[in-house]
Each structure stands twice: as C-alpha cells, then as structure tokens.
Design a protein around this ligand. Structure first.
Ligand code: DX5
Ligand code: ZN
Length: 223
C-alpha cells in the first residue's frame, strides 16, 4: 500500500494556520490530521468542527479527522466531510460503535477505528467490515510532544497480521504519536501505512516543512 503522510494541525502555528496549510500543500502532504478533543475522553481540548469546515473550504488536501471525544456519533452532522476524507473514532469512546461506523460509511466518508495503547486489535474483529482505516495510537492520546509507548512496534505488526488474516489487506494502518523519522522507519517495517507527523518530525521551529516531509519519505523508502 502507498505510504501516506498526515500532518497533525494541532502542532502547526495556530496563529498562522492558512499559511501552514499552503506550506503543507507545497510539501505534498497526503492528509491533514485534525485532532478533535472534548476534555473528557482525553484531558485536553483542541480544534473544533467550525475549524474543520473552514479548513475544508480552503484546501483540496483530504482531511483525516481524529475524534478523541465520547459518543462521537452525536457529531457526525457537524462536519462537512466527503469521500476522500477519513473520520476516525475511538473504540473506547462509543458503546454503539458499529452503528457509528455504519453511519459514517452511509455518509460516504471513510470510517477509521482508533485503539489506545492498552486496547487489543482483536477488538476490531467483529467490526472489520465497517472500517476503512485502523489507527494504532502510539502514545496515549491527548497531547503532542509525548514519547512513543514500548509496545508500539509489536502492536502495529500484530494489527497488520490480524487485518490480513481477516481479509482486510486493503485496510491501511495509521500510526499517531511521536512519529519521528526513526520511529516512522521502524513502524513502516511493522506494516504502518499512514504516518501522523507532528512535533516529532514536521512542525519543527526553523525547519522547512517540504524538506522535513521529503526527509521522512526518503527514510521510509530506504526502509
Ligand atoms: C496526540 C495527537 C497527535 C500528535 C502528534 O493525541 O493525536 O496527532 O499531535 O504529535 P507528536 O509528533 O508531537 O506526537
Ligand atoms: Zn491524532
């Protein structure tokens, strides 16, 4: 599967977001990763739905929306997303997860299922027909600048093995949290396909984003 870079906008210069989006377009970024947090599922609040709709209006880069909110099914109509966009919800956030994933897909949006570090990928088994992307969190969600958790590589590899066993070879794995070049290369070897780039590799003061993105892609190619 094609390796994709997803830029985490919560790590961008929040005072110059449109400028950041233009730089990301220039850098050839594949997705804009937008973290939505409710202060309850995770102890933080970041970007909101009006922000998502505003970004949607200014760029053609597909959105990769990461819902770190409880009962995410309540908000499916708050975002104007389309067929190229991904709307990802957490396994741990919804007691009616199958209904929510089905509703996302019924809207013609790609449905992502995210699992926190402690959540086994086996939990996706019965929902495999409802997911277009599996998000393996490589940190406990909620904050940028954290350190990858010790089981990230093994878990990514194990998730890939399970998805392939279930006939989901075309379901990409996204990894999110402390995706430095070094961690990206290791996770690529474990089967990761979509890399969420934040403060660990892309949004680095004084560093050109196009150069950082090119460096990350080259490192993946070197394997
Ligand atoms: C964490 C967020 C990530 C994060 C990535 O909950 O989902 O997108 O911003 O940034 P770094 O690279 O700083 O971990
Ligand atoms: Zn995220």
């Amino acid at each position: 599967m094609k390796k994709m870079l997803s830029a985490s906008l919560m790590c961008a210069d929040l005072m110059n977001l449109e400028k950041s989006v233009r730089e990301l377009e220039k850098a050839g970024i594949d997705y804009l990763h937008i973290d939505i947090m409710d202060g309850s599922f995770v102890p933080n609040i970041t970007l909101g739905f009006d922000f998502i709709n505003a970004v949607k209006n200014i760029t053609d880069i597909p959105l990769d929306v990461h819902m770190m909110v409880n009962e995410p099914g309540r908000f499916l109509n708050a975002m104007k997303l389309g067929a190229d966009d991904i709307l990802c919800v957490h396994h741990e956030s919804d007691i009616h997860l199958q209904r929510t994933l089905a509703q996302i897909k019924d809207k013609g949006i790609k449905a992502g299922l995210a699992i926190n570090p402690q959540t086994a990928p086996e939990n996706m088994r019965y929902l495999k027909d409802y997911i277009d992307m599996a998000l393996v969190m490589t940190v406990s969600p909620g904050f940028a600048g954290q350190k990858i958790f010790s089981g990230a590589e093994f878990k990514t590899k194990h998730t890939r093995e399970l998805l392939d066993e279930w006939g989901c070879e075309n379901v990409p794995i996204e990894v999110d949290g402390n995706i430095s070049v070094e961690n990206g290369v290791k996770l690529n070897r474990c089967g990761a396909d979509i890399f969420v780039l934040g403060t660990s590799s892309l949004f680095i003061k004084g560093k050109d984003m196009s150069e950082s993105a090119a460096k990350f892609r080259a490192a993946l190619q070197e394997g």
